[in-house]
Design a protein around this ligand. Structure first.
Ligand code: HEM
Length: 181
């Protein structure tokens, strides 16, 4: 089976209204009104102010026990009435120069990315796309959906993750806040 591709198409149309775009680290993305997230091939040739591509891929760091916990606590995307957030991320050359076991140790044993993340399930639904090998400006496109009432909880999750050691390897991060209005 070919990998599932995703296109994040920002422009005048799309199911999500872009509420704000925040440059957390590095360059921002251009202002646009709306965003379309298309998994698979876009029906019409994608046109937009900016378009980011990624693919759904296998997990790199998750242990079997973590996977079981994540699977049982993770809600599906597409629950009605949600807000969403797209966070494209690029990590530094120093991160990619590490060996697999060093990256895993940094990611979980030292930073507790999964441990912290699990505290915010099932409120937050998430999907990770990879794009480092596609020649894209980012390494990852991360996508989250949560109820408007849980926006504060999501902000708290972001504050905590941005303090962990893993985040010292993030060299570009943009937050695109979305609503269904
Ligand atoms: C909602 C709670 C969250 C949970 C449960 C969670 C869980 C995970 C897991 C299990 C992985 C590893 C996937 C693998 O094995 O390859 C991962 C990777 C990742 N997550 Fe999260 N995460 C959460 C929130 C976030 C947030 C809010 C961000 C962004 C601000 C984020 C950014 C990333 C990135 C960039 C990766 C890829 C890291 C890499 O491969 O180097 N995560 N997350």
């Amino acid at each position: 089976m070919p990998p599932t591709r995703v296109s994040m198409i920002a422009g005048a149309t799309g199911e999500w209204r872009i509420e704000r775009i925040l440059a957390i680290r590095g360059d921002p993305l251009p202002v646009a009104e709306r965003l379309r997230r298309v998994e698979g091939k876009p029906g019409s040739p994608p046109e937009g102010r900016w378009i980011l591509h990624g693919v759904r891929s296998h997990e790199r760091y998750t242990t079997h026990a973590e996977k079981v916990q994540l699977t049982s606590a993770s809600p599906e995307l597409g629950r009605p009435g949600m807000h969403a957030c797209l966070i494209p991320i690029r990590k530094s050359a120093a991160w990619w120069a590490l060996a697999q076991d060093e990256r895993r140790a940094l990611f979980e044993e030292r930073s507790r990315h999964i441990g912290i993340g699990l505290e915010y399930l099932p409120a937050v639904a998430r999907r990770l796309y990879h794009c480092r090998d596609l020649g894209e400006p980012f390494d990852f496109l991360t996508w989250f959906e949560f109820a408007p009432n849980d926006a504060g909880l999501f902000d708290e999750l972001l504050r905590r993750l941005r303090q962990i050691e893993e985040w010292s390897y993030v060299e570009r991060e943009v937050e695109v806040r979305l609503s269904q209005a």
